[in-house]
Design a protein around this ligand. Structure first.
Ligand SMILES: [Zn+2]
Ligand SMILES: [Zn+2]
Length: 230
């Protein structure tokens, strides 16, 4: 109680967007966040049901589906910056609580489409990065948005390369090399169906690199969920 009071006193909560003193994300601004209404094939951008990779774009190391809940805009980009550069655990938690409240139907439709025995793999952070940040944002997304649907979590993947955030990379080639061979499996017995979870999807190089590692290690189907997409 005292700790909460002191925190509120010294770090008053202002909306990241409109600066009103109503939490980190006020309801009005949250409602202005643009939901991805029409999911598309990630690779050719054609409309596709729940982001399924279309027939033409299917390749051996690609995910079967890429689903994002929100578009990257002014407010969502601020949320991501808070998480990545200020380790703002409570900002993300507030954002996820609002997401649960407003978008549980959309999430349910998506999750019900997955095969019954799908296991969730939150995108791992390099141990050094985890130490710096104090939490893995993808784990928090799993706990709040995916776990309630009885999807089990695995720790089947580790990050072996300490890469800079992709937003620091200027060219496509830099982004590719930054996360190339960044992941390794932790076990030889990975489940057949895996749902990879990440906070934000931009160029897709992290997604493709992790997906490739899983499929090379005998995972049959990889599905990808990012809270925020392009
Ligand atoms: Zn606001
Ligand atoms: Zn396509």
């Amino acid at each position: 109680m005292i700790k909460e009071f002191l925190t509120a006193l010294f770090f008053p909560k202002f909306c990241l967007n409109c600066k009103k003193p109503k939490g980190y994300i006020c309801q009005q601004c949250f409602e202005s966040i643009i939901q991805v209404k029409q999911q598309r094939c990630f690779f050719c951008k054609q409309n596709s049901f729940l982001g399924l990779t279309c027939f033409k774009c299917q390749r051996p190391y690609r995910p079967r589906l890429v689903f994002s809940l929100f578009k990257y805009n002014n407010l969502t980009s601020k949320v991501v910056k808070e998480i990545k550069f200020r380790s703002a655990y409570s900002v993300l938690l507030e954002f996820l609580n609002l997401t649960k409240l407003y978008y549980s139907k959309e999430l349910e439709v998506f999750i019900k489409l997955l095969p019954k025995n799908t296991a969730a793999q939150p995108m791992p952070l390099h141990p050094q990065r985890l130490k710096e940040r104090g939490f893995n944002q993808s784990e928090l997304i799993y706990d709040n948005l995916v776990k309630p649907y009885n999807i089990d979590k695995i720790n089947g993947l580790i990050r072996v390369k300490y890469s800079k955030p992709q937003s620091y990379m200027n060219t496509k080639s830099q982004r590719y090399h930054n996360v190339k061979d960044a992941f390794k499996p932790t076990t030889k017995k990975l489940p057949d169906n895996i749902l990879l979870i990440d906070d934000i999807l931009t160029s897709g190089h992290t997604m493709l690199s992790s997906c490739k590692t899983l499929i090379k290690n005998k995972v049959k189907n990889v599905y990808f969920f990012s809270l925020i997409g392009k």
